[in-house]
Design a protein around this ligand. Sequence first.
Ligand code: GRE
Ligand code: ZN
Length: 319
Amino acid sequence: MRTIGLEEHFVTPELVGYGAGSASIAQPGAWKEASRRLLDLTGERIAGMDAAGLDVQVLSLNAPGIQAEPDPAVAVARAVAVNDLLAATIAEHPSRFAGFCALPLQDPQAAAKELERCVHQLGLRGALVNAHTQGRYLDDPELRVVWEYAEGLDVPLYLHPANGVDHPHVLSGHPELIGPMWSWGTDTASHVLRLIFGGVFDDFPEAKLLLGHMGEGLPYVLWRLDSRWGFHNHHGIELHRDNPSEYLRHNLYITTSGVCSAPPLLCALLALGSDHILFGTDYPFEEMDTATEFLRTAPISDEDRASIAHVNAERLLRL
Ligand code: GRE
Ligand code: ZN
C-alpha cells in the first residue's frame, strides 16, 4: 500500500539554532539524537523509509523554524534559502520526497509571495507554520493575505506546535507540562479556535488547514463546542456557519502524526470522516516503523486505510 507521510521534519546547519527553545524542554540525549536525524536528508532517512515502507515524506522545516527569527528581512532571506534547498533535495529524489515551504510571516506580503513562488516555481505543496510568529497568530488581520493566497493557490497550511509566547497560569510551577506532551497540543487547538472565531474561514471558505497529532484533541470535542456555543455570550461575534464543528468538518484536515493509538483514530474517523485524515509520522521524534505498523494494523476498513495512507494526500497535495 502506497504510504505518504505529511509530518516529516528536517533542519539545516544554518537554522538548527532556532531549535534552542525546543532543546530546552527535551532530554539532552534525546535532543542530540533528534538533531542528528533532522540534519540528515537523504542517507539514514531514506533507509528508514525503505525499512518502514514509507514511500514518500512530505518534508517540513522543524519547529519553530523561521517563525523564531525576530528580524523580518532575515526571516525572508532565510525562508527563501531553505525553500530553495528543500526543492533541490526533492528534485534529487522526486519519487521519495515532496515538501511544505517555510513562510516568513514576519512580513505578511512577502510570505504570501513566497508561498506563490514555492507552489508555482518550486512545486512545493503548501506551507507549514509553527504556532505563533513573534506573538502573532494566523487570525491576525495582517495575515489575511496569506490565507487569500493559500485559498487561491488551493494549497493547505499545516499548523504545527511550538513553544508559546508565555505560559498560562495553570501551568505555573509545572515545566514538565510545557512541550509536546501537553501544552503544545492545547496551544495549537486554541490557535485553531482563534481561526474559526476570528472569521478566517468565513473570509476564505475553501481554505484548508492541516493539523498533526490526530487533530490536537479537537475531533473529541465537536459536540461540546456546538452545544456551549449555543449557550455562550457571543461577544458580538457572528459566524457564517451555525456551529463551530461545521468549520472543523469542512476546513480541517488532520494527520496521524505522533499518535499511534486506535481509540483517537476511530474518534477522528467518526468525527471528521475518512476523507479528512492523512498519515504522518512526526519523524524524527517518533519512529517511522512504529507509525507504518500502526497504520497497517489499525482496526479500520481497508478502504479507510488506503484513504489515510495515500488517497487523501494524492488529492489534497496533487501527488
Ligand atoms: C515535534 O515536532 O513533535 C517535536 C519537536 C521538538 C521536540 C519534540 C517534538 O518539533 O515532539
Ligand atoms: Zn512535529
